[in-house]
Design a protein around this ligand. Structure first.
Ligand code: SAM
Ligand code: SF4
Ligand code: SF4
Length: 352
């Protein structure tokens, strides 16, 4: 459903490939309490200086400008968003914006058990927990932390406090968790969650990435159909990145085939970092600083910058990476020295 009160120029806001601006991911912090190998392979990072971060008031104002321009869905992410102190306050503030139809959160789940009630009362609509394995030893090897039990408690807390629409996001990695696909689906059934398998991507700091570690969309379907029998696609018109499928028992699940079947052609999302940089693609190497005009110019100036930024958008990052694969010249996306110089290039700075 599109917002009827937007004026015509905004409704017509399209990028160079006629993609509308509908989704905004807001990274509220770049810090994290895990060190997932595929996202933060290092132990120490150059963090965004704390005094450069947007205040909640500034985030609310920027999100308000985005929703004036057509954004309907906002996802809070990070880093680990629950490390941002008093996140529930931001959710309450965003909830005053009647143009937002959906406020969701992507979290690693560690701090969920203690915050779920407060987040629910603040008006958070939906929660997605990232869960790559059901084995505590693998969790530790992947994340280099011992927090597996806390994640399990966090997932339980989500349904206990009354949230609906819980999702579990699992990055499927060949040689790591490819033998757990069925277990994860079965676990999802038990906790009332829809599982989405994400193909491993070579974004940001994922320097250990290689194509042979990518468990493809096709391989995931094959493995699951060998266990469950025929799998049907769910026919729905959606700009969501996940393709959804139906198992013979009626269970649904999704696959986000970012690497082997990129969905750039319909991508309507952009990303705001915790310090106010706006990125038009997960793979974009340059962003637009919105904090500066927000603090030194007028809201109209910020709006004009977003309008012209989106109208000029040409990004199709995952498709371009895939094209390099086809020509056999897909190397490391960003060299480690460059990542060290600019924390914004990291996945944990711009959110997944
Ligand atoms: N810390 C939170 C979490 O893990 O849910 C939110 C931020 S995290 C960057 C968002 C999502 O990006 C997670 O689901 C994570 O699995 C995914 N992600 C990070 N690096 C990835 C990669 N190289 N390939 C695919 N997904 C990745
Ligand atoms: Fe893992 Fe999310 Fe932290 Fe990245 S930001 S290391 S995916 S928990
Ligand atoms: Fe969108 Fe960029 Fe991801 Fe393609 S690679 S789907 S353009 S964010």
């Amino acid at each position: 459903m599109t917002n009827p009160s937007l004026d015509q120029s905004t409704k017509d806001l399209l990028d160079t490939f006629d993609r509308p601006l509908r989704n905004l991911r807001v990274s509220v912090t770049d810090r994290c309490n895990l060190r997932c190998q595929y996202c933060m392979p290092e132990e120490e990072y150059a963090w965004l200086p704390r005094d450069t971060l947007l205040t909640f008031e500034e985030m609310k104002t920027l999100v308000g400008i985005f929703t004036d321009l057509g954004v309907e869905k906002v996802r809070l992410t990070g880093g680990e968003p629950l490390l941002r102190r008093d996140l529930a306050t931001l959710i309450r503030m965003l909830n005053q914006n009647t143009r937002i139809q959906d406020i969701a959160l992507t979290t690693n789940g560690i701090l969920l058990a203690e915050q779920a009630q407060e987040l629910y009362e603040a008006g958070l609509h939906r929660v997605t927990v990232s869960l790559d394995t059901l084995r505590a030893d693998r969790f530790k090897a992947l994340t280099r932390r011992e927090s597996f039990d806390r994640v399990m408690e966090g997932i339980q807390a989500v349904s206990d406090v009354g949230f609906h629409g819980l999702k579990l996001d699992t990055v499927a990695i060949r040689g790591f968790n490819d033998d757990e696909l069925v277990d994860v689906i079965e676990y999802g059934k038990r906790v009332n969650a829809e599982v989405r398998f994400i193909e491993y991507m070579d974004v940001g700091g994922a320097n250990d990435w290689s194509m042979d570690k990518v468990l493809s969309h096709a391989a995931i379907l094959l493995e699951l159909s060998e266990h469950y029998g025929p799998i049907e696609p769910v026919n729905e018109k959606s700009s969501a990145p996940a393709q959804r499928f139906l198992l013979p028992d009626g269970t649904t699940f999704g696959i986000i085939p970012s690497t082997t079947v990129p969905f750039c052609a319909t991508c309507d999302r952009s990303r705001l970092t915790a310090d106010g940089m706006w990125y038009l693609c997960l793979y974009a190497q340059h962003g637009l600083d919105l904090k500066k005009p927000l603090r030194t110019a007028s809201l109209d100036e910020v709006k004009q910058q977003i309008l012209s930024g989106w109208r000029a958008r040409t990004d199709r990052g995952a498709e371009e990476r895939k094209a390099l694969e086809t020509s056999n010249i897909r190397g490391r996306f960003i060299e480690i020295e460059k990542l060290r110089q600019d924390p914004h290039l990291e996945m944990h700075a711009r959110g997944g």
